[in-house]
Design a protein around this ligand. Structure first.
Ligand code: MG
Length: 388
């Protein structure tokens, strides 16, 4: 049942560009039904529209809609949407088998929900959607009987290892973590690091938000929550292991003690292509893994003391309800402040802890309730940061 048509949300970001590269490689097997980008890189979005000739186009920044229309006018015509409401519309209305969500942050949740409610499969590169609204999203997907396919490399690895094994055969999910730029740094060094250092990821070339989350290990914390929702495994049975070489993308331990791992080059086009061609495999354009040249692969336990964000994510995941959504909102604000050079890396988990202490937890929130708590979390984080 490999998909034949795709709507891509977040087309000008790192995952978006690599997704279009996979589409080029698959040479017309998958048609682009809809495309969406925020609009900061208008030129690139315009080029993508002209090249892929989607049926519908969306731009996040409403003020640039006219400019985009003018740029593509002679080569493309069709319905164009803008703004947050337009994003949910293109996710639901563009005639696609699958919607790949590669937008950053909370903004991925409403269109993910809209796509599922329209009966469309989703391929999820945006982990924050599951972090904030995992129970809602997976519940809606079950009701509509639509799959949520992982694009995140660790979850794609687990998905491939599980290969539809029944839940009672699974003992543990083991997420690998490169350790990021602060793998060998002291707590003091991490505390004072500015964004120049934080953005220097040793293994993966990614967008800025996820790179900073990888430095604090919040990215891994969010991936634990993501894995819990995607695979329905309790938090006590999800582990993180530091693996700086990033060759083993994650592992599954079964009840008989057997452990399966998925290995591959560090190239996101692999999990993207697998999500789109699943359950089939196609030849890819990716350079093969050369184990003989690899040397050694190492594994180590994570240090929660140097990386408190990991414990904060576990705690929020276990609490459930509104807690992960608030943690994510506060993290989006703290990461933004860090990128702007206004706070050092060590302030990020301090802000998060402060927000989580103020948060009044609610179970089983609706999408509207989550939206309210998202805004609350952002305000609370900004207030705490201002007082630092
Ligand atoms: Mg990942």
């Amino acid at each position: 049942m490999a998909f034949q048509s795709l709507t891509l949300l977040g087309s000008t970001g790192s995952i978006g560009r690599q997704t279009l590269d996979v589409l080029r490689h698959l040479k017309g097997r998958i048609r682009l039904a809809g495309i969406s980008a925020g609009g900061r890189d208008l030129e690139l979005l315009a080029q993508q529209v002209v090249e892929f000739q989607p049926e519908m186009v969306h731009i996040g920044d409403e003020s640039r809609l006219g400019e985009l229309r003018a740029r593509v006018m002679t080569h493309w015509s069709g319905p164009m949407f803008a703004g947050a409401e337009g994003l949910a519309r293109i996710a639901a209305e563009a005639p696609a088998d699958v919607v790949l969500i590669a937008t950053v942050g909370w903004a991925g949740l409403p269109p993910a929900m809209a796509a599922i409610e329209a009966g469309r499969a989703i391929a999820l590169a945006n982990k924050e959607a599951l972090v904030c609204g995992g129970t809602l999203l997976t519940g809606a997907a079950r009701t509509r009987n639509v799959p949520i396919l992982p694009v995140d490399s660790e979850h794609s690895a687990i998905f491939q290892c599980l290969h539809s094994s029944p839940r009672n055969e699974i003992r543990k999910l083991i997420l690998t973590c490169s350790g990021g730029p602060f793998l060998n740094s002291t707590k003091e060094q991490i505390d004072v690091a500015d964004a120049d250092v934080t953005l220097r990821h040793p293994r993966w070339k990614m967008g800025n938000k996820v790179t900073i989350d990888s430095a604090t290990l919040m990215n891994k914390g969010f991936e634990v929550i993501e894995a819990h929702h995607l695979f329905g495994i309790p938090y006590d049975n999800i582990e993180v292991v530091i693996h700086p070489q990033s060759v083993v993308h994650s592992l599954v331990e079964f009840v008989d003690g057997s452990v399966l791992a998925q290995l591959g080059p560090t190239d996101m086009r692999l999990p993207i292509q697998y999500a789109l061609t699943y359950p089939e495999r196609f030849p890819s354009q990716i350079e093969a893994l050369n184990l003989g040249k690899m040397g050694s692969l190492t594994f180590d336990d994570p240090d929660h003391g140097r990386f408190p964000a990991l414990s904060l994510a576990y705690a929020a995941g276990r609490a459930g309800g509104t807690a992960p959504c608030v943690l994510n909102a506060a993290n989006e604000v703290a990461v933004q402040l860090h990128m702007e050079g206004r706070i050092a890396c060590g302030a990020i988990p301090r802000i998060l802890r402060g927000v989580m202490e103020q948060h009044r937890h609610e179970q089983a929130p609706s999408l509207e309730k989550l939206q309210t708590w998202d805004r609350w979390g952002r305000d609370a984080a900004a207030n705490i940061a201002a007082a630092l």
